[in-house]
Write a protein that binds this ligand. Sequence first.
Ligand code: AMP
Length: 434
Amino acid sequence: MPFSNLGLCKPILQAIEDLGYTAPTPIQSEAIPIIISGKDLIATAQTGTGKTAAFVLPILQVFNKDRLLRGKRIRAVILTPTRELAVQVAANVAQYSKHLKLSSMAVYGGIDTEPQKQQLIEGIDILVATPGRLLDLAHQRALYFDELEVLVLDEADRMVDMGFGAEINKIIERLPEARQNLMFSATLSEEVLDLADNFSDGAMARPAVELFISPKTITAPNINQWLITTDKDKKSALLSHLIKHQEWDQALIFIEKKHGAAKLVDQLAKRSIVADAIHGDKSQASREKILADFKSGKLKYLVATGVAARGIDIGNLSRVVNYDLPFKPEEYIHRIGRTGRAGETGEAISFVAWGDFKNLCAIESRLNHIINRKEIDGFTVRKVVPVSILNFVRKGQPPQQRALSAVKPRASSNTNAVATENGPHIRKNKHIWG
Ligand code: AMP
């Protein structure tokens, strides 16, 4: 289905064309008409599926009517877990709305509130915000929610993981009940479903449509995943070897700890490889500068801790490296989803040490396939990593986290699951919730 069949007006279609999008992604074809119709939506979709446009485009369509905005009022708030994602989403809103007369901005912590307060004085149509800063601005009476029409929770599972659940609930309490609720999450854990319950309770039990975009979307064949088993103390030598011998043009390298990130940058420098790191301890200004350099290609190798890297969106990122394997399979899926986006090809490489065996089992069980192993001359491991057991379940792991297809609606939910099938990536679910 072309974009022109989705009920979007000409200026929006023009903006999409300017960006070179030729056809909607599955989440876009499904979600856009539902959101335009005013229904609530809960969608499982990860970064890289085009989810941002899936909620921004219909909001723009609905808001594209003359409406006098009162001072300090906002019409839509998009909550994101990190400042980087807030900046990225706001940049997307600006791109998609460039032919419309709608205002938008991002507010997030780590920088002075004054300029943000100044910008809010006239009122803003679409505000992208991290939860803490939004509450802070509301407490300071820099903005009011009485005219809010739409609430979007983007990457809801990450917000829950990062401990924002209580702040989100506080925000929800302040919002008008008659509003549209949209939630996007890579996974539907018990906590995310609780959040969904909370937000639909507040809106007088509006039935929410549920879309399941299967994780297959991101493990598409255009992401070439492979791993190398390695001893822990050989990782930096192995990385330098790969960068040099495989002539990597670019790599986003995920590492567990921030001090490890700084150390790795030094180790690479000793082998004449220029890299930089972003992590929570760096100032906002320096994080933004490093990110801009990485996006422009001035910086080729970026080392990032998982938290700092959330929300990084680089159009044609060719390679991600799991220098440290993440603990959660969802994190692995998020990370590799940063490459091979929107039809581009990408490569996702993981370094796996003997101690990572259980994590590897969990990841491969979640993917439902074994990741290709490669051996590199001169890097034979001392401690061999066995081949995974594909039906691995971690002790105490709730069923929802084993596989998306295992997600079961809860009896307490007041939402209606709607069957959707759009190619092989959308799971059909005819169960009626509630
Ligand atoms: P997202 O999942 O929202 O983070 O989007 C992933 C990337 O895909 C972004 O760089 C978008 O600009 C791009 N994108 C979104 N929708 C489309 C589309 N329909 N066609 C091509 N690229 C797209």
